[in-house]
Design a protein around this ligand. Structure first.
Ligand code: ADP
Ligand code: MG
Length: 253
């Protein structure tokens, strides 16, 4: 972790098995308050599983996860959300029949780290976060009318509306074009600027280099490398396990 930063989230030997296979295998790293940390690695490396462990969707098979010094291992997802750990999902599942504003308000109603809030505050919060993610003009639209990038924005808005101290983002930029990625980058910066720590999974290296102070590379469930993105991305093992495959693919396409 960077010098002078207070540890917020601490992963110690985090392990999650499915059947006999360790999808996450002894993962240890820390996230400091106010940092933006990136998780990268090939498909199937265990990135989503790791976020699921942090947000309490999976029970750990080994290791510990500490939030502000206290273990949250084994805690139910809603309790972890109440502590201020919010997240997006890789597969976006908005409430299709509701408006954009109503969807964002649901986040504010059900996951508020600052305590319960009523419908009025929830809608105020919804308006704030929709402004933050650039969806204000579409607040009254039905979700079913949203484009893919806008659905991703709404997913972030819904998570931010829970007023998290730490936000976990799972590939919110997948499938976006370059202009949309730049907009999404601005959105992450804007959310971060409100004082939220960010741990994000992303395949777009421009994003990792653009916003992350540190990157953690996962491969076969283990930490292959971690450190400053510029350093990590030049690591021979990272190029072999991950970047080589991706760059080769990009050359073909
Ligand atoms: N609920 C599950 N049940 C069984 N296997 C799973 C489950 N979730 C993930 N896996 C397996 O764990 C490994 C890591 O998956 P995942 O965390 O989704 O990788 P990534 O997000 O890095 O692409 C994969 O081999 C995947 O098939
Ligand atoms: Mg994933």
């Amino acid at each position: 972790m960077s010098a002078g930063v207070t540890t917020q989230l601490e992963l110690r030997g985090v392990t999650k098995r499915f059947g006999g296979v360790a999808a996450v295998d002894g993962v240890t790293f820390e996230v400091g308050k106010g940092e933006i940390v990136g998780i990268i690695g090939p498909n199937g490396a265990g990135k989503t599983t790791l976020l699921n462990c942090i947000s309490g969707l999976h029970r750990l098979d080994g290791g510990d996860i500490r939030w502000q010094g206290a273990s949250i291992a084994g805690m139910a997802p809603h309790r972890i959300a109440k502590l201020g750990i919010g997240r997006t999902f890789q597969i976006v599942r908005p409430f299709g029949s509701m408006t954009v504003r109503e969807n964002a308000a649901v986040g504010a109603l059900f996951g508020n780290a600052a305590g319960r809030c009523g419908p009025k505050e929830a809608f105020e919060m919804a308006d704030q976060v929709l402004d933050l993610v650039g969806l204000k003009a579409k607040a009254g639209h039905p979700v079913s009318a949203l484009t893919i990038p806008d659905r991703k924005r709404l997913e972030v808005a819904r998570a931010v509306a829970t007023r998290p101290h730490l936000l976990l983002l799972d590939e919110v930029m997948a499938g976006l074009n370059n202009v949309e990625i730049d907009e999404a980058l601005e959105m992450v910066r804007a959310v971060h600027a409100t004082g939220v720590t960010v741990l994000l999974i992303e395949h777009v290296m421009r994003v990792i280099i653009g916003v992350c102070r540190r990157a953690v590379v996962l491969d076969f469930g283990q930490v292959l490398a971690q450190g400053e993105p510029e350093v990590v991305l030049r690591d021979e093992r990272v190029i072999q396990a991950y970047l080589g495959e991706r760059y080769a693919k990009r050359l073909k396409s």
